[in-house]
Design a protein around this ligand. Sequence first.
Ligand code: BT5
Length: 250
Amino acid sequence: MTDSLAPHVVAPYVRGRFGAPYLYEPECESTQLLLLGSGLPEGAVAVTDHQTGGRGRLGRRWEAPAGSSLLVSVLLHPPPERRLPELSLVAALAASDTVEAATGLSAQIKWPNDVMLNRRKVAGILSELSDRTVVVGIGMNVNQTRDELPADTPTEAGSLRTLTGVTYDRAVLLGSLLDKLEQRYESWRDGGLADLYGEIGARDFLRGRRITIDGEAATALQVLRDGRLEIDIGSHETRVIESGEVLFAR
Ligand code: BT5
């Protein structure tokens, strides 16, 4: 079992375009900051074993003990015709591919940016934009024990280990994640969400669930072809949501 994602450990598993260059810090504030404004080419990747200021969306935090998980950011230059909010779903699909290949279990995508395994959040995606450069950050809980996961989160957290009882080689998992992300990203870059929609829809965690969105009760209907969420707010009235915070009834 490796205990670091240093370049010489990861190199045998990184085969594609994503991962060149590969920036590694044993510890940093956030892998996002290593890439934002860096001017590096598409496919540049930043990885650390520990973040002191890991970022979630909307100023929230991403917490993981050193050496326990995947903390990775990838720099992308999407073409101007693509809708950038779709990228979180593309990355969530790649993360769910990785989780499924490693565990043999089905993963779901909780719109707009979470990967769920057995109703627990095992990965979260953060997309940050400067000009037309997007830095997509993925945090994936891998080898945390139950005690090492954050408690009292709105969506219960899980790791691949807590859900399968198996510990995973993080370098192998990282190689797989970069591979899947490259495939899914290139499909989206060339054809938009159309070619990925079937697989995203099949993994739609919220479909049919009672939810609260930004404090309002509703039923989630589906993720639409353009990546937005359609909800039923009662009295046969539907609404389409661009972004927001979804809580689901357990
Ligand atoms: C996310 O935000 O889920 C996006 C997380 C992205 C993290 C990666 S790690 C590499 C890169 N560098 C960074 O600095 N960030 C990215 P959001 O949907 O806002 O969820 C954040 C919320 O999830 C927190 O407020 C907690 O409630 C919960 N949380 C924190 N750490 C967690 C964990 N390890 N597992 C599950 N839930 C967690």
